[in-house]
Design a protein around this ligand. Structure first.
Ligand SMILES: Nc1ncnc2c1ncn2[C@@H]1O[C@H](COP(=O)(O)OP(=O)(O)OP(=O)(O)O)[C@@H](O)[C@H]1O
Ligand SMILES: [Mg+2]
Length: 474
């Protein structure tokens, strides 16, 4: 997936540069090196890069000045600053000036790769346009001509340019994130940063610091100041994804920021003015959360002023043929299948399904059916086979590990089963590897890194479990 990502590495130490370049190239990034601050800046302004990685101490211009100038010229380009210990304050300064993040030397290569991956993703979110409507065959697009989707496009057009907070609601997999990006891209702030925070992915205790930052000593473990996402999004847009998963305490603080337009870093006295446009999204039933006191009423009303309600796939069955064609073209190109096709009966069958996972689920089914059919026309049989396989996988993985353990132990107690340990380990591992490889889009090196196993182990396990992921990278 990262085959076409290009990184500009600005580092004057030739051996360090060579080592970094090797590691990055190994992951499929294209790396261009510059050894001076001024030449790095010039290069970054003329050529197109996904991410910049720069050293702090450089001949020609130091990293901090480079961050300042580059961020002013290209506010959407993520810059990662590498800095030696003892210059932490400078690094923090850099995030205030607009750097994406910093790395304290010495760092692990894994740390660097994780950060680069996030930065590339963030850069793509900002720069890859989200098209809307019909006749689109490639790139990021919101597909659908149904009346319900036409209304969504109108809504996007109506509110994108207004500086209002927007709440995007809809079931899982309906395209809320795509809509958030479309709103950003059609706003007056489309030249500035689009900062994303997934509130469900960050533990409650860390979310406030992620959002608002903290001062040194604000809590145990807060060894240095941190600039939060609100500050980083100053002048730009902050996308609060899965806002329904935020704890009521944090909700109260968020409400204050939305009303008063300044933040306090945790443990800080200073009121820092913030000009960030907030877009929020959730798949949660907020009305139910209100009753259960999981969502604050005041924040609910504040966010409900402008709501975009995304329809489920079931509500727009007529869009399915277009969606299927779009995904066939997308994955056909990825798998090297020329003019992929599908039988009309297969499409009708797809239209009759309930799709609890909405477009995401449909996309997955089309992708797998295409893999199964290869260069042949996707048939009803292919689609049926994929759906029943996925259905089985979902029913086993829905059963939690804990309940699996309980069940097996009880069976063993009744003398109906042996080797519980080996079976639980096997099933858990199968699930773990299957999910990792899927999330990594078939990139084994990446999945291995996430799991903390060697690539050899990765390969062995995949063989063992009979998984042959599509290598859709490169
Ligand atoms: N209308 C659409 N046209 C094309 N692709 C779509 C559409 N809606 C969703 N998708 C695709 O489906 C997948 C899920 O979309 P997205 O991440 O935006 O959903 P979401 O509503 O944010 O889901 P969740 O609530 O689970 O976070 C993505 O791969 C996206 O590209
Ligand atoms: Mg989402």
């Amino acid at each position: 997936m990262n085959a076409s990502s290009t990184i500009l590495l600005i580092e004057d130490d030739t051996s360090a540069a060579a080592a970094l370049r090797r590691v990055l190239a190994n992951e499929g990034y294209e790396v261009i090196c510059e050894a001076r601050g001024d030449s790095g800046l010039a290069r970054a302004q003329t050529d197109v890069f996904d991410v910049i990685i720069t050293d702090l101490k450089l001949p020609g211009m130091n990293g901090l000045e480079l961050v300042r100038q580059l961020h002013a010229a290209k506010p959407r380009l993520p810059i990662i600053l590498m800095t030696a210990h003892g210059t932490t304050e400078t690094a923090i300064e850099a995030t205030k000036l607009g750097a994406y993040d910093y790395l304290l030397k010495p760092f692990e290569m894994e740390e660097l790769l994780d950060l680069v991956e996030k930065a590339v993703a963030s850069s793509r979110l900002m720069t890859e346009p989200v098209k809307m409507g019909e006749g689109i065959s490639s790139g990021n697009a919101i597909i659908g001509n149904s009346r319900l989707m036409q209304n969504i496009y109108k809504e996007i057009g109506r509110v994108a340019a207004k500086p209002v907070t927007v709440l995007i609601r809809g079931e899982t997999g309906t395209g809320k994130e795509l809509i958030a990006r479309a709103l950003y891209q059609h706003s007056e702030r489309n030249g500035a940063a689009f900062v994303t925070v997934n509130c469900a992915a960050i533990p409650e205790t860390l979310l406030e610091s992620e959002l608002f930052g903290h001062e040194r000593g604000a809590f145990t473990g807060a060894e240095m100041r941190r600039i939060g996402r609100f500050e980083q999004a100053h002048g730009g847009t902050l996308f609060l994804d899965e806002i329904g998963d935020m704890s009521p305490n944090t909700q109260a603080k968020l409400l204050r920021v939305l009303q008063e337009r300044y933040i306090h870093r945790l443990g800080g006295k200073e009121a820092i003015p913030i000009d960030a446009r907030v877009i929020a999204a959730t798949h949660r039933d907020l009305e139910k959360a209100l009753v259960e006191k999981q969502f604050r009423e005041d924040l609910y009303y504040r966010l409900s002023v402008v709501v975009i309600k995304v329809p489920s796939l079931r509500q727009r069955v007529e869009d399915m043929p277009n969606l299927v064609t779009f995904f066939m073209q997308r994955y056909g190109a990825e798998f090297g299948i020329e003019s992929p096709s599908i039988q009309p009966e297969a499409i009708q069958f797809l239209q009759a399904q309930p799709w609890p996972g909405n477009v995401r689920e449909l996309e997955n089914v089309v992708r797998q059916a295409l893999l199964l059919a290869g260069k042949y026309t996707v048939s009803l049989e292919h689609v049926r086979q994929v759906m029943s396989k996925l259905g089985e996988a979902a029913s086993t993985s829905n059963r939690s590990i804990v309940s699996g353990i309980t069940e097996y132990l009880n069976r063993a107690k009744r003398g109906e089963m042996q080797g519980v340990h080996a079976r639980i380990i096997e099933e858990t591992e199968r699930e773990l590897f299957a999910q990792a490889i899927q999330l990594a889009h078939g990139n084994q090196a990446k999945a291995a890194r996430w799991l903390g196993v060697s690539r050899i182990t990765m390969r062995e396990k995949l063989n063992h479990f009979g998984m042959h992921p599509a290598q859709n990278q490169n």
